[in-house]
Design a protein around this ligand. Structure first.
Ligand code: PLP
Length: 451
């Protein structure tokens, strides 16, 4: 084959070439089979090669693929916006369609700022966020992201939005224990608001369950209720970044439902099209829209491909598939099964420090010592070792940052398609068990862990 000109994540790595996919399985051009244990980047929620979606792709393409949003609306775009509004609990939501999760959170940020401007309140321009968070790679989204590794190269260009500690009970930043802690990680938001001044703050953004930056960190019960109260008290909007957690991934349609609360603005992506087309969305509550409707009547954002009929038709078919196949309920039920199996692995493998998550968004954090919970040294890069050994063994896993941010810490996400059966979970667990055995053997050989 000619020398590659494709920029891939690692320029000096050889990547297998994909041939096709079927359900939870992927096949490369050498005929090797992989279990998609991470749904790609927690995206392929309904599995690969789903006939109904492929048919919808063709059906819509035969009608119209693209029109520009300032010239036309389309039936699939209208229907998808209505469907998402119906699915989001807590009132009516308007949808602004974009192409990626980064654009969805960045649009959320811009709409939050515009909301206050249209109310005649100038100066509310900051978006507060948490350390150990990821909201996307564009400059605005990265400014909100408390992901030290991904920020590092661009720090001089970024706003310093990450302000408060994450709700990370496994390594509580306050050395406290739930419930005696009284949600210190949530009440810290009020301290931050008081220090900065609510007059400068448009919104607070958080991933309901921390994904890439934490390995499925689930905040304790009551956490988001406290956050929501603080936001309300100080006239600050609450943005839920459900790009990874949305559309059934955690066993609820939207992960914030686990805390019985709602956001003013919701960012969606990934699972909303399950990888069948690039599309994402910013859902804006009626309350946030109101001053804009009465004011300029124009949201200052937009992308050429926003709300194109092709992508919206595909996403609509995916959402309908999620509903008709009860994938939200399946995610809750099979997620419990997967979690139990992961806990069994934890008993067997000393490198597993914590197993956590909700629904089919499970996380495993690694430790070099179970008692002290010390992470492995950064140079060992345990996460990459696990992920690449998994891939060698035919199991795809998603790398996550965790532990002591920027200094050390390893985690993975196990998040197969929501269509996975219990039998297939057993198959996944077998490969994961083998992967941990292989990695532990390697660590022993290098004298990093003892036998
Ligand atoms: N928000 C969250 C919570 C994410 O996990 C991601 C991607 O992993 C993004 C935003 C950015 O999405 P995208 O990669 O589609 O731009």
């Amino acid at each position: 084959m000619d020398a590659t000109r494709l920029i891939k994540p690692l320029l000096d790595k050889e990547y297998p070439m994909i041939s096709h996919g079927d359900g939870i399985y992927l096949y490369d051009t050498n005929g090797k089979r992989y279990i998609d244990g991470s749904s790609g980047a927690i995206t392929a929620s309904i599995g690969h090669g789903v006939k109904e979606i492929i048919e919808e792709i063709e059906k819509q393409a035969n009608k119209i693929s693209f029109v520009y949003r300032s010239q036309f609306t389309s039936e699939p775009a209208e229907k998808l916006a209505k469907k998402l509004s119906d699915l989001a609990k807590g009132g009516e939501y308007w949808s602004f369609f974009v192409n990626s999760g980064s654009e969805a959170t960045e649009t959320a940020m811009k709409i939050a700022i515009q909301h206050w401007q249209e109310k005649g309140i100038k100066g509310k321009n900051k978006i507060l966020s948490r350390w150990m968070s990821y909201h996307g790679i564009t400059i605005g989204a990265l400014s909100m992201s408390g992901h030290t590794g991904r920020r590092a190269r661009f720090v001089p260009l970024l706003e310093d939005f990450p302000t408060i500690q994450p709700p990370y009970c496994f390594r509580c930043p306050f050395n406290a224990t739930y419930p005696a802690c009284n949600h210190m990680c949530a009440t810290e938001l009020e301290q931050a608001i008081n220090r900065i001044g609510a007059d400068h703050i448009a919104a607070f953004i958080a991933e309901p369950i921390i994904g890439a930056a934490g390995g499925a960190i689930v905040p304790p019960p009551g956490y988001y209720q406290v956050i929501k109260e603080i936001c309300k008290k100080h006239n600050i909007l609450f943005i839920a970044d459900e790009v990874m957690t949305g559309m059934g991934r955690t066993g609820k349609m939207f992960a914030l439902e686990h805390w019985d609360t709602h956001a003013d603005i919701i960012a969606l992506g990934k699972g909303m099209s399950a990888g069948y087309t690039p599309i994402a969305a910013t859902l804006v509550s009626e309350k946030v829209m109101e001053p804009i409707q009465k004011g300029s009547k124009l949201i200052m954002s937009g992308h050429t491909y926003s709300a194109n009929p092709q992508s919206t038709a595909v996403a609509l078919a995916v959402v309908s598939y999620i509903e008709t196949h009860n994938l939200v309920e399946k995610s809750a039920k099979n997620g419990k099964y997967l979690n139990t199996k992961l806990e069994e692995l934890q008993k067997k493998h000393p490198i597993i420090g914590d197993v956590r998550g909700k629904g089919l968004m499970c996380g495993i954090e690694f430790v070099s010592d179970m008692i002290t919970k010390f992470p492995f040294k950064k140079e060992i890069d345990l996460t990459s070792l696990v992920v690449s050994q998994g891939q060698n063994n035919g199991l795809l896993l998603y790398p996550a940052a965790a532990g002591i941010e920027g200094v050390g810490g390893d985690a993975i996400l196990v998040a197969p398609p929501l269509t996975i059966t219990t039998q297939q979970i057993d198959e996944l667990i077998e490969l994961l068990d083998q992967t941990f055995e292989d990695v532990e053997a390697e660590l022993q050989k290098k004298g990093i862990i003892s036998t």
